[in-house]
Unconditional design. Sequence first.
Length: 83
Amino acid sequence: MASSLPNLPPGFDDMPVGDQLAYIGTLWDRVLEREADVPVPQSHLEELSRRLAEHEAGPADVRPWAEVEAELRAELAHRRASR
């Protein structure tokens, strides 16, 4: 697939990584200006359907994001402290 892409702009490979990422971010923002034209792979649609069906089968089996986030942050803090 990469061979079908246009060449990178001159000097891109010489740019600091932070500048390269900013450039990529700008490109991504431009693509998202036409969000409705961005194709969604069939596998993503199938995964969304699977997850929705799973949720509908057990809607009480969910946790609030704040709870999940707090748990993840605590785990990350524990891992950092264990280094």
